[in-house]
Design a protein. Structure first.
Length: 88
């Protein structure tokens, strides 16, 4: 039998614009704003992990590529990912 994950109470201040959007999503889904916040955080964490996996896959392909044209394309794609993160 799986043990349910323990919840931790966490207080978070949201900008009013974000809070309005969260409440609107909650009303549309007929759920609580807290549930929406949890779903959004989980989705964001999963997206970060997927981006990290994509980065390391590109780095591996760049390192292993014997084709100079493909290496250049992969280098540019990696650079775009790196500099995009710095601007965020």
């Amino acid at each position: 039998m799986a043990i349910p994950e323990r919840s931790v109470r966490q207080s978070v201040s949201l900008p009013s614009r974000v809070a309005r959007r969260v409440r609107a999503i909650a009303q549309a889904r007929r759920t609580s704003a807290s549930r929406v916040v949890v779903d959004l955080i989980e989705t964001g964490l999963e997206a970060r992990e997927a981006e990290k996996r994509r980065f390391f896959d590109l780095a591996r392909r760049f390192k292993e590529s014997p084709d100079p044209a493909e290496s250049e394309r992969l280098r540019e794609e990696l650079a775009g990912m790196i500099f995009q993160q710095e601007r965020s």
